[in-house]
Design a protein around this ligand. Structure first.
Ligand code: FMN
Length: 441
């Protein structure tokens, strides 16, 4: 028999930040589900209270809340919550209060879409459509910008500084008004921070572009501002990075960028981690670094061949959250999922050993946590299932970003190994309904 997860570090308590005591090392990864409002106001909805309530029931868990918008002038998309107004934060507090009632903790991931903004939305609001450089992430966006006569513009230095201040305000809002315990800077998935970090999207020739140091400046300066701010400070925030995400146009042509020690995303991740490690040595350790495994990009599995996070793991000695394809024990055929394959071992006796990557990574040191996204969508009681070695229900991708209750609140807790979906019953009107804004009337 392979070791059960309770015999690994996964169920060993750990403390992150300043006194956030967790009873285990399973983290709810940031998982945007497009259940916030589409009314131009970017408010969370009642559906989200129920979702996060069920996912935080296991006491002393850490939830990383889905990405929230930093400010209108750094870009907007619909169906996402914002953290730029007091009202939005008061609405989000209805969710964080629920998580705290369950004795769990919550970190808010903050981001700006920049060049991947919804162009119609920013145009309608008379907002600028901006990015580090005038490089569209997709042909479709370029065409839309042309059709709307609303082209992408390069950020001026003043605009860059304004947006950095927006990040500070957003973080303070989360911590002081939204009830969040921590804030997470979203440094991947092709959003604004990565648009600065990457040579693919940043061809500026001022101090915010060009060489590696300049491309990292936007993020490094935000880190400094956070650390120096009396209402934030190093222990109150984490950072998410990935060297392998190709999400939103971050594709590196193999002929120009072969995967070796000079692969640009590996270099910018290392640069940031070296900086964070120096800060740690100087008594300014941030709460955590979150990285994504090479077998995943965004919400999709990808081929991890030739790619490794080992240099990143070595570069940072603080608390480390790793995510990506760690769950394997789904009901039915274990080879059904691509990401299972490298993680499921068949032992000499023909026995299937689940969670082999998880066991290896969680036991490699005493500071790693493992985050899950897709498994949490279909298993609200994921922590309980992992603890009790129970099989998981398979997620349903068509509902990831749909806006209604169905596929969001319809997955129940574990009932039976033979039940393929523990579908909770709702009247049809309720199933099709979108969330009601949590904005106070
Ligand atoms: C529906 C969905 C939404 C996601 N939204 C976010 C997000 O808002 N921010 C982020 O950093 N990652 C996001 N991710 C990526 C996950 O956090 C995670 O890294 C990835 O899904 C791999 O983990 P998994 O194999 O456990 O799903 C999302 C993934 C999914 C499936």
């Amino acid at each position: 028999m392979s070791a059960v997860l309770t015999e690994t570090n996964l169920f060993k308590p750990i403390t992150i930040g300043n006194g956030i005591h967790l009873s285990h090392r399973i983290v709810h990864a940031p998982t945007s589900r497009s259940r916030s409002t589409n009314d131009g106001e970017n408010f969370p909805t009642d559906l989200m209270i129920k979702y996060y309530d069920s996912r935080s029931k296991f006491e002393y868990s850490l939830i990383v809340f889905e990405s929230c918008l930093v400010s209108p002038r750094s870009g907007l998309v619909p169906f996402k919550s914002g953290v730029f107004t007091t009202e939005q934060c008061e609405a989000l507090k209805k969710i964080t209060d629920k998580i705290h009632e369950n004795k769990s903790f919550v970190s808010c991931q903050i981001f700006s879409p920049g060049r991947v903004s919804n162009i119609q939305l920013v145009k309608d609001k008379g907002l600028p459509y901006l990015a580090p450089s005038v490089i569209y992430h997709a042909e479709g966006h370029k065409i839309t910008a042309e059709e709307l006569n609303y082209p992408l513009k390069e950020l001026t230095i003043n605009q860059i500084h304004d947006i950095q201040e927006d990040y500070v305000t957003a973080a303070v809002n989360c911590l002081t008004k939204g009830g969040f315990d921590l804030v997470e800077l979203h440094g991947t998935s092709g959003f604004l921070i990565e648009q600065f970090l990457s040579p693919i999207s940043n061809t500026r020739n001022d101090e915010y572009g060009g060489n590696l140091e300049n491309r990292c400046r936007f993020l490094i300066e935000i880190i400094t501002k956070f650390i120096d701010h009396p209402q934030i400070g190093s222990s109150k925030f984490g950072i998410r990075l990935s060297a392998w995400s190709i999400h939103f146009g971050m594709n590196y042509p193999e002929d120009k960028y072969p995967i070796n020690d000079t692969y640009p995303p590996l270099l910018f991740c290392q640069y940031i981690l070296n900086h964070l490690e120096d800060l740690k040595k100087n008594g300014k350790e941030i709460a955590y670094v979150s990285i994504m495994e090479p077998r995943v990009s965004g919400s999709f599995d990808q081929d991890p061949d030739g790619k490794s996070n080992s240099s990143l793991v070595k570069a940072w000695s603080g608390k480390l959250i790793r995510a990506g394809g760690y769950a394997t024990n789904y009901k039915g055929d274990p080879s059904i999922l691509k990401s299972n394959n490298p993680n499921v071992k068949i032992t000499k006796d023909g026995e299937v050993e689940h969670y082999s990557s998880l066991k290896q990574d969680i036991n490699a040191d005493d500071r790693t946590l493992i985050a899950f996204a897709r498994p949490f969508t279909s298993n609200p009681d994921l922590v309980h299932r992992l603890k009790n070695n129970l099989e998981l229900d398979l997620y349903e991708r068509p509902f990831f970003y749909s806006h209604q209750l169905e596929g969001y609140l319809t997955f129940g807790n574990y009932v039976d190994e033979n039940l393929y979906s523990n579908t909770l019953q709702f009247p049809i009107d309720e199933l099709k309904r979108e969330g009601i804004s949590l904005k106070s009337k």
